[in-house]
Design a protein around this ligand. Structure first.
Ligand code: 13P
Ligand code: SF4
Length: 303
């Protein structure tokens, strides 16, 4: 038996013993997606974390995702195989800065992308993910919205709402790195292909795409499209599910640099170790957790 197969087998045994569920984001390594109980985008993963009756959630994603699971399911043990797997964009907004901006715009509602710390969520009125950001913003009574931390998603939302959107200047290195020139080059090589990108890409990149959506939304578009070839503007890990769901379609990554090192920091070995030792655990202090949960619950309540 290969090492990978032995690790997968051990993981299955441990999962049963610990009454655990493995949640994985679409950007995780292929071998992790192969053993996961649920693979999803940030929104789907939050829904699963809130609904599961497992005792242990092994979160194969980045820190804010595991933290959201701990906020939504405080009675569960939440493990993050590599605790240093952070999201640099989530680190671009802090509570002090957000409070200062709120003081400048006391009439604005605060919408925070789930890619934020629990403390920032606790300072926010409602959370959103890339799959529901426009719906969340349009659901609010306020005419003015502070949107943190992603400037690209914020500007994308601003183009689809009547509300005034004050955008925090954060960004995702992985997506923001993709330029329109790079995309145009790949399009010229594959003129028959449709382009699908994540809204964390720059506005000019999103404007040049045929479809802009969350990871789950991109997968749905590709599945339902009659086109046979696609240029993909998001993290490379999504190709695993795109190819599995569409074995007869062809996919071209818009840039070879579309890799999130944090997402790739979780490995099968670390996932096995996490379940063996029941750590590293992700917890959130109760006062912050309660406030952050309100912002997440409000988002989950929007249909
Ligand atoms: P999704 O919610 O689309 O899965 O995106 C999460 C993320 O981190 C994108 O970089
Ligand atoms: Fe954060 Fe970007 Fe990685 Fe998503 S891809 S986890 S936004 S750094």
């Amino acid at each position: 038996m290969s090492t990978v197969d032995a690790l997968k087998q051990r993981l299955l045994e441990l999962k049963k013993e610990r009454r655990a569920i493995i949640l994985a984001h679409y950007y995780q390594r292929d071998e992790i997606q192969e053993v996961a109980d649920f693979i999803g985008d940030s929104f789907g993963l939050s829904q699963q974390a809130a609904a599961t009756d497992a005792e242990v959630i092994v979160f194969c994603g980045v820190h804010f995702m595991a933290e959201s699971a701990a906020i939504l399911s405080p009675d569960k043990i939440v493990l993050l195989p590599e605790p240093r797997a952070g999201c640099p964009m989530a680190a671009m907004v802090d509570v002090e800065g957000l409070r200062a901006l709120k003081a400048q715009h006391p009439d604005a509602a605060v919408v925070s992308y789930v890619n934020t710390t629990a403390a920032v969520k606790a300072e926010s009125d409602i959370c959103c993910t890339s799959s529901n950001a426009i719906k969340v913003v349009n659901s609010l009574d306020a005419k003015k919205v502070i949107f943190t931390p992603d400037r690209n998603l914020g500007r994308y939302v601003a183009r689809h709402t009547e509300k005034e959107v004050i955008v925090w200047e954060g960004y995702c290195h992985t997506h923001d790195h993709l330029t329109l020139e790079q995309l145009e080059q790949v399009k010229a090589q594959h003129p028959q292909a449709l382009t699908v990108v994540h809204p964390e890409c720059r506005p000019e990149v999103s404007a040049a795409a045929d479809h802009v959506a969350s990871t789950a939304g991109m997968l749905k578009f590709v599945r339902e499209s009659e086109a046979a070839e696609f240029i993909v503007g998001t993290e490379a890990g999504i190709l695993f599910m795109m190819r599995r769901q569409n074995p007869n379609k062809k996919f071209y990554l818009a840039s070879p640099d579309l890799i999130c090192p944090n997402m790739k920091a979780n490995t099968l070995e670390k996932t096995v170790r996490a379940l063996e030792h029941m750590e590293p655990r992700i917890t959130v202090p109760d006062d912050i957790r309660r406030k952050a949960k309100q912002a997440l619950d409000r988002m989950l309540a929007i249909k």
